[in-house]
Design a protein around this ligand. Structure first.
Ligand SMILES: C[S@@+](CC[C@H](N)C(=O)[O-])C[C@H]1O[C@@H](n2cnc3c(N)ncnc32)[C@H](O)[C@@H]1O
Length: 326
């Protein structure tokens, strides 16, 4: 075993990043509200980066009217970019050693899995998702395996199968998942000494203006996301991991700007949010009889202006932990 790579928490300070890592989130015992506070003052001060125009973000990933697969891929590159070019924060032996058997739960388009396989060339790479709709069929060959299954039914793998289990934004896709059951399954399929890395977000816009608050409340009443629940779920993931048996649990919080004030990352993140809102339009309208499509359109437009006025952002939480060796 060799030098750990990448180093958790540290992002090169010389880069003009659009994000900031919050090392204070390193203890799962901390009350999450002390550093993740939707509609609380902490959020207003927790964005630490000084933003300037970004030259590192590939222009090619910025597109208009993107379908879901492209949105997922664009989001992947945006997050990779804010992590300083890394696809995970967990310390790993340097490639080409590193993990031998990787599982990506809720792998979406498979973009993270493909990159992980590219980085760790000796690894067997398995992705599981309830739908393979977004995954190019060409992925599933050689070292790459795709399993179509509902993780709410458990993880269909033998005990001790993987030495790196990753998932990102599973909560958004499976808000009713029983997290204790899920992590106990994750623990079961992980080998002793395995690493688990979980990337989640409550999806809430931090530093809200009045229109943002209105959209937030419309979304909540339209059953898309219960803000309090999503915030609670994300902040308690560390405790669920702990109950499942994982140890050395660390949480890092990364702020991603929304809007032009955040340069290309901010524009990309806002476009992703607007894309999701656009898709949610029919549900929102069906659930809010007093709201016309025109009203909603106006609200959306005001939101895009407001995120710049309020320098809004969203937080993602990255939990990293290990399964004990014995
Ligand atoms: C927001 S997408 C994230 C995709 C990918 N992890 C990424 O970060 O690009 C959520 C993914 O979780 C999958 N998903 C949601 N519920 C699931 C379930 N119960 N079982 C398996 N996959 C699920 C969805 O199909 C979707 O691909």
């Amino acid at each position: 075993m060799t030098t750990p790579n990448p180093t958790p928490v540290t992002i090169p300070s010389t880069r003009s990043d659009r994000s900031s890592l919050h090392p204070e989130g390193s203890s799962v015992e901390e009350d999450a509200s002390s550093f993740l506070g939707w509609m609380s003052n902490e959020d207003d001060t927790s964005f630490q980066s000084s933003l300037s125009d970004d030259t590192c973000m590939p222009r090619s990933i910025i597109q208009e009217g993107i379908p879901e697969i492209d949105r997922l891929n664009e989001q992947h590159y945006m997050i990779k970019h804010v992590l300083g070019g890394q696809i995970h924060l967990s310390p790993m032996p340097l490639p080409p050693s590193g993990p031998r058997s990787i599982l990506d739960v809720g792998c979406g388009s498979g973009i993270w899995l493909m990159e992980a396989g590219d980085l760790y060339k000796n690894a067997q790479c398995t992705g599981i998702d309830q739908t393979t709709e977004f995954i190019p069929s060409s992925i599933a060959s050689g070292r790459f395996h795709i399993v179509e299954a509902d993780v709410q039914e458990g993880l269909p793998f033998p005990d001790d199968s993987f030495d790196f289990l990753f998932h990102r934004f599973l909560y958004v896709g499976a808000p009713n998942l029983d997290w204790d059951e899920y992590f106990s399954e994750a623990f079961r399929v992980c080998q002793p000494g395995a690493t688990i890395e979980v990337v989640e977000t409550s999806g809430l816009t931090c530093r809200q203006g009045p229109n943002t608050q209105r959209i937030q409340s419309i979304i909540e009443t339209s059953v898309l996301l219960d803000a309090r629940k999503s915030r609670r779920v994300v902040s308690q993931i560390g405790k669920c991991m702990n109950r499942a048996g994982f140890q050395d649990i660390n949480r890092h919080i990364i702020s991603i700007p929304l809007g032009s004030w955040g340069g290309r990352v901010g524009k990309t993140a806002l476009r992703s949010v607007m894309d999701i809102l656009e898709r949610a339009k029919p549900v929102i309208l069906a659930q809010n009889a007093s709201l016309s499509e025109e009203d909603l359109e106006t609200l959306f437009n005001e939101y895009t202006v407001e995120v710049d006025q309020y320098r809004s952002f969203w937080n993602i939480s990255i939990y990293v932990a290990n399964k004990p060796r014995d």
